[in-house]
Design a protein around this ligand. Structure first.
Ligand code: AMP
Length: 313
């Protein structure tokens, strides 16, 4: 049961910054949990983590157009703001602020080719007029490559840029990210280190549904049959983890077993890679000197699903 008032909902950047500055002036520390909404237990676990490390918690809910390519699922990304608020009300001890801006990009008053003012309209920053006036991007040049970076070339620059913007608006002491999006978490940690943000970035464990599927807002788009078949991802990953921890250290063999299991279940494998946990460089052999994480992206129906498991031998 919640033991606190419902969160304050803030929509403007200036109002958000003002709230943070006055909280900090009172000596409070602030934790930020960035999300794109349609909240589930994975998001809520990040909030619990934030509450362990900071006096006050801000949850941002913003579907960031800058990380979607024109051919990706920006327009069908699920949302349910009222449902999200209800879930946040159920968090023990409560959430202090929900930052829910309509748009965080300054389109500079540019007009689309149709002539209408685009200000306030949600479009991907990469799809119209060469970026709609937004031209400053943050990139982790090496970590951006590989894994999700191969099939989603603008994704991580969009993520790093929006997170940098949120850090500048909310000015948190702590920010919590899920290790479900392992590459994203590593990129944000690197950005904070390289650009000297004074923020403690915390990685929270991946949360699964009871059947093993990694929780994701996109799971709602899976049919029951697709969902059943998608369990091949977590099952094959856990078999591979078990095999590795019991002496099967050859990465090609481990990868082949996961790829085969997913394909046999009717999934399309985008990648199945075993990489070093920090550099995300591909490994040939797992060893105690280089902790590994097995990362998978696979498509069932029209839904691209991510999963990973850390392997420590
Ligand atoms: P999203 O709303 O999908 O952008 O996710 C917002 C944050 O929640 C990111 O830091 C994600 O890594 C994290 N997250 C999403 N799903 C999970 C999960 N199943 N377990 C842990 N964290 C998650």
């Amino acid at each position: 049961m919640a033991s606190k008032d419902p969160p304050l909902i803030i929509r403007g950047k200036d109002e958000m910054r003002e709230w943070s500055r006055s909280a900090r002036a009172e000596g409070k520390t602030i934790g930020l949990v960035p999300t794109m909404g349609f909240l589930h237990g994975g998001h809520l676990s990040l909030i619990h983590e934030s509450k362990k490390h900071a006096d006050l918690t801000v949850v941002s809910i913003y579907v960031n157009p800058g990380q979607f390519s024109p051919n990706e699922d920006l327009s069908t990304y699920p949302s349910d703001f009222d449902g999200d608020i209800q879930k946040l009300n159920s968090v023990s001890g409560g959430v202090d602020v929900v930052f829910h801006p309509q748009n965080l990009y300054d389109y500079g008053g540019r007009r689309s080719s149709g002539g209408e003012e685009e200000e306030g309209k949600v479009v991907s920053c990469v799809e119209i007029n060469g970026g709609m006036g937004h031209e400053t991007w943050v990139r982790a040049e090496r970590l951006d490559n590989g894994l999700c970076g191969n099939s989603r070339p603008v994704f991580f620059r969009g993520v790093a840029t929006i997170v940098a913007k949120l850090f500048n608006i909310v000015e948190p002491d702590v920010a919590v990210f899920g290790k479900k999006d392992y590459q994203q978490w590593r990129i944000i940690k690197r950005m904070v280190r390289d650009l000297d943000f004074g923020i403690n970035v915390i990685g929270a464990d991946l949360i699964r549904d009871e059947d093993g599927l990694a929780k994701s807002s996109r799971n709602v788009h899976l049919s029951p049959q697709e969902r059943e078949r998608a369990l091949s991802i977590s099952k094959s990953l856990s078999n591979a983890k078990f095999a590795a921890e019991n002496g099967q250290l050859n990465c090609k063999e481990l990868r082949d077993s996961v790829i085969q299991a997913i394909q046999e279940a009717g999934g399309k494998v985008d990648y199945a890679e075993i990489v070093e946990q920090e550099s995300l460089e591909a490994l040939k052999e797992i060893s105690s000197s280089s902790p590994a994480v097995f990362c998978v992206a696979a498509i069932f129906g029209n839904v691209r699903l991510l999963d990973n498991m850390e392997i420590n031998v």
